[in-house]
Structures are given as C-alpha cells and as structure tokens.
Design a protein around this ligand. Structure first.
Ligand code: TPP
Ligand code: SF4
Ligand code: MG
Length: 292
C-alpha cells in the first residue's frame, strides 16, 4: 500500500485526552481508518477509559463500550452474539486492550474467546506497562526496564512474555504485529483482519512518552528503531502455523533503540549485551518458524 492510499476518513476526532505524543493515539487513528464506521469497540480499563472523554462527550465517531479490566474477550463475545441475534452480521466488533489487560489480567477471557474462535478483532495496544495508573510493570515490560514497581535499584528481572506465541498456539485464523512507524503495514494488516472471520489478534507496539521517559516527538522514531533493531519484528501468523516476516532489516545494535529511552538509562553494558543476545535468539526462532 502506498502512502497516498491511506484513507482520509477520521473516526478519532480532536479533543481526545491522550498525552502529547502518545503513540497509541496514532495507532488508534490509523486503526479506525482501516476498521471503518461500522465498528463497535470495547475498552477494558486502560488509558483508553479516559482518552475518549467524559459522557455525554466523545472524541470517537464510533460506539465504544467501557468494560471491566479482565473482560475484553468476554464482553466482545457477548456483543458479537447480541449483534448476530439482531441480524447485524456486518458490524465489526473490536477489542482495544492494553498489555496489562491482555498479557496479564485479561488473558483468561481472551484465551476462552480465542479457543471458541469468537468472531472479533482483538487489538493489544502494548505500551509495555500499566500506564494509566502510573507506570507499573506488566508481563509485557522488557527485561531490565525501569518502572515504578521495578525501580533502578531493582529493575525487571524477567523477559517479556511472548504473547504472539501464546495466540498462535490457540490456532486462531490470523495474528500479526504492527507499529506506527510502518503505517501502510499496519493498515494492510487491519484490513486483512477485517476480511477474516473468527478471532483475529493484532499486537501493536505503541511508545508512551511519560512511561518510557522519552520526549513527545520520539514515538515514531523509536517504533521504527524497535523494528530495525529486531526488538519488535513485524510478522503475521495464519492458522497458528504459517509465519511471514514482513520486514527483514539489516540488524542495527539494540543500543540505538535503548539509548533514546530514559527507562533504560541505568543499564550497564552487560545488561545491553544480554538484551542483544535475547533479541538475536528470538529473531532466529522466528526465522526458523517462517522457514518451516
Ligand atoms: C480489576 C481492576 N484492577 C485494577 C484496575 C486499575 N487499573 C485501571 S487501568 C490500569 C492499567 C492498565 O494497564 P494496561 O492494560 O497496560 O493499559 P494502559 O493503561 O497501559 O493503556 C489499572 C491497573 C482496574 N480498573 N480494575
Ligand atoms: S500515559 Fe502513555 S499510553 Fe497513556 S495516554 Fe499518556 S502517552 Fe498515551
Ligand atoms: Mg499498558
């Protein structure tokens, strides 16, 4: 898809309450261009409980449903069933949940829905922490990163959970990663997901200026570096087994990605070496799956 083909329609209006430079606001704007007006979007508790605005005002031009933190998969299943009973088969149901609401607390509802192959698109907006409540660690927080619950004296010890592998093991029809530095790729994946029936999962990396301790003008540059350093590869998985890597960059050192972010400013060279090795191991695993 060329840049000129990005739809002009806007379903996220002005006046929303995201922080300046919020990567997720750009992710949402692009996502809604692809999903279109006939979409109901479910928000488990997250920054997106706040961003649309206070009733009766909304910056969204589509209906949104605010749901309990744990319930993304279950709420969307219920809305899908209700729409189908009323004959609205063409209305799309989407979940927009944070990494906390997906990797952690919402995983059970998501797993149940995916096992039933419920007909909706589940989007995990991953900013690698519980940002709405002030930057606590989640199981999507990268190893060694600073958060308020993994302070510099005791940074996170555990690696980021591999949510894509978990979703692939549910053998859902479609799963993909995407990020805002590659808008055409993001739109193509949303549009592809829209045409498939059953559970579709999109993992979006959305840099968060206050939580990542970065200036508000850097999220797009940083999300590009996440791909170019292979920290966040862009790929698709069909039916849990057909892997396609969409961007195969000449690898750049992870340090280029890490050094721009205050949440990594305490890292020792030995920490960076471990991260580099982890990234290389994960890339090899991914390439092997794509070649299988
Ligand atoms: C059961 C429950 N526990 C805790 C909360 C408080 N809470 C609201 S949003 C949030 C953080 C959500 O993190 P994430 O899902 O990653 O979304 P983000 O805020 O980063 O967009 C928490 C802990 C809640 N609403 N419900
Ligand atoms: S805290 Fe982060 S994710 Fe939440 S609105 Fe602000 S920039 Fe966006
Ligand atoms: Mg989060």
């Amino acid at each position: 898809m060329r840049k000129t083909e990005i739809p002009l329609s806007e379903n996220l209006g002005h006046g929303h309450l995201a922080c300046a430079g919020c990567g997720a606001a750009v992710s949402m704007r692009l996502t809604l261009k692809a999903l279109g007006e006939k979409t109901v979007m479910v928000f488990p508790a997250s920054c997106w409980s706040i961003i649309p605005g206070f009733w009766p005002y909304s910056s969204f031009r589509i209906p949104v449903v605010h749901a309990g933190f744990v319930t993304g998969g279950a709420t969307a299943s219920g809305i899908r069933a209700a729409l189908d009973i009323r004959g609205h088969h063409e209305t799309l149901v989407a979940v927009w949940a944070g990494d906390g609401g997906t990797f952690d607390i919402g995983l059970q509802a998501l797993s149940g829905a995916a096992e039933r192959n419920e007909d909706f698109i589940y989007i995990c907006n991953d900013n690698e922490g519980y940002m709405n409540t002030g930057t606590q660690r989640s199981s999507a927080t990268p190893v060694f990163a600073w958060t308020t619950t993994t302070p510099v004296m005791k940074p996170k010890e555990n690696p980021k959970k591999d949510i894509m592998a978990i979703m692939a093991d549910h053998q859902i029809p479609y799963a993909a990663t995407a990020t805002i530095a590659y808008p055409e790729d993001l739109l193509r994946k949303m549009e592809k997901a829209k045409k498939i029936r059953g559970t579709r999962f999109i993992h979006l990396l959305s840099p968060c200026p206050p939580g990542w301790r970065i200036p508000s003008e850097l999220p797009i540059k940083i999300s590009r570096l996440a791909v170019l350093t292979r920290v966040f590869p862009l790929y698709e998985i069909e039916n849990g087994e057909k892997y396609t890597i969409n961007v195969k960059p000449e690898p750049r050192p992870v340090q280029e990605y890490l050094k721009l972010q205050g949440r990594f400013s305490h890292l020792a060279d030995s920490n960076i070496e471990v991260i580099q090795e982890n990234v290389e191991r994960a890339w090899k695993r991914l390439v092997k799956k794509a070649e299988a």
